[in-house]
Design a protein around this ligand. Structure first.
Ligand code: GUN
Ligand code: ZN
Length: 426
């Protein structure tokens, strides 16, 4: 047994519904027995109860649950920072040409390994990862993900219209590839499969039917796609799918369920929100991407009032990097800019970056907070010597204030160690 001594913070309850959601220990002890969390509390109390546990001294550090990225694209690391274009032009001119390069499995392997390294460096231990259009690139990605020991849910991306023909496959090919990947990788170690039409803009009804069939191929498969991100995209979907709204293009194929995660949802109608809430579908809020590619200000209050579950996604490469801490800051700022915005607290940000993601990914029984019995996935954050963060933390009046400083200032240079199931990855 190992007893980690640090300042601890987690959200065992939902801060959108509970005032006492945030639990912190200034001088805390996190007791880990092999892959699981056994206990959490004041360091002195936990130590008195388990005097034989080996103490790992992380004083001057903060420990939070492993961060969960609920929407990120593995082939897009090298397009981060593409300026001056909105979604469809951004896809056409820079992003999809890069994704075409993953037809080369050797390149796909290199990109996959690199991507997973960046997740870990940023403290992300679990992710829902938008894949590649190429089956062999997905075998490379899943192999690298298995080697990384991270908790990864991913899938091959399907398209059969619009965009670039090199990225198309027929619905029959998509079914065969999806079935092969599910057989090989779904529920293998920490991997799971999610069915991923790129978006209904680039998928015919036949293709979405295939998605529906794959979704029920085995229990536990998730559905993941994009929705209501950009006005021109929405207009195009309604025209191509001949649908009154974007959600309907998925609904008509039974793709809106409690196992569905939709990225963006920047411009939903009230009816779409009500239907997503009723179905129990989740939204991955990608704050930095929504700002960077000019998609719009996320209507968090409307989602909350409708009862739609939300988590955070970095949406690399539309997003501006892998840090879920930065994504929390961006979410905070995007709300502050709106008259109707939610005043997010550090507890909300921590929840959105951890437990909310675990819930969206249906992993809440295993990860997301430090409840006894959960998997020991956690991140040790420490301000670099001489950094602005170190200075700010030294004057912090409370743990909540320290968390606010971490979301604002801590980035990959402050991620000291990352643990998944009690095992150190960094
Ligand atoms: N919609 C369809 N594909 C993409 C993508 O790669 N990134 C974003 N942000 N939106 C999309
Ligand atoms: Zn995306």
């Amino acid at each position: 047994m190992k007893l980690y001594r640090a300042s601890l913070a987690h959200t065992p309850r939902n801060p959108f519904t509970h005032l006492d959601a945030l639990e912190t220990f200034d001088d805390g002890g996190l007791l880990v027995d092999r892959d699981k969390i056994l206990e959490l509390g004041e360091f002195s109390n936990v130590q008195a109860k388990y005097p034989r546990a080996k103490v790992i001294d992380c004083t001057e550090s903060f420990i939070v649950p492993g961060l969960v990225d609920s929407h990120v694209h593995f082939p897009q690391v090298s397009v981060i920072g593409t300026m001056g274009v909105q979604l469809l032009e951004w896809l056409e001119t820079r992003t999809l040409p890069e994704e075409e390069k993953l037809a080369d499995s050797g390149y796909a392997r290199e990109v996959a390994k690199d991507f997973l390294t960046h997740l870990v460096r940023n403290g992300t231990t679990t992710a829902l990862v938008f894949g590649s259009h190429f089956k062999n690139a997905m075998h490379e990605f899943f192999q690298a993900a298995q080697d990384s020991r991270l908790r990864i849910t991913s899938g091959m991306v399907f398209s059969d219209r619009e965009l670039r023909p090199k990225l198309h496959q027929s619905p029959q090919q998509a079914f065969a590839s999806g079935a092969e990947l599910i057989m090989r990788w779904h529920n293998h170690n920490r991997l799971r499969y999610a069915v991923m039409p790129r978006f209904s803009l680039s998928c015919s009804d036949k293709m979405l039917e295939v998605c529906s069939a794959l979704l029920s191929a085995q229990p536990g498969i998730l559905f993941h796609s994009h929705i209501n991100e950009n006005p021109l995209e929405i207009q195009t979907v309604k025209r191509l799918a001949n649908a009154p709204d974007y959600l309907e293009s998925y609904e008509r194929h039974n793709l809106v369920t409690e196992r569905s995660v939709f990225a963006h949802s920047v411009h939903p109608t009230a009816s779409e929100l009500a239907r997503m809430a009723k179905a129990g579908a989740s939204v991955a809020h990608c704050a930095s991407s929504n700002a960077f590619i000019g998609s719009g200000l996320f209507p968090m209050r409307a989602h909350l009032e409708a009862g739609v579950h939300m988590a955070l996604g970095s949406d690399v490469g539309g997003g501006t990097g892998f840090s879920l801490l930065k994504e929390g800051l961006e979410a905070y700022q995007m709300q502050m800019l709106q008259a109707e915005g939610i005043k997010l607290s550090p507890a909300h940000l921590l929840y959105l970056a951890t437990k909310a993601g675990a819930k969206a990914l249906h992993l809440e029984d295993q990860i997301g907070d430090f409840t006894s019995g959960k998997q020991a996935d956690f991140v040790v954050l420490k301000a670099p010597r001489g950094s602005t963060l170190e200075r700010t933390l030294s004057q912090s009046p409370s743990m909540a204030a320290s968390l606010g400083a971490l979301f604002t200032l801590a980035r990959e240079e402050s991620v000291k160690n990352v643990f998944v199931a009690g095992e150190k990855l960094v």
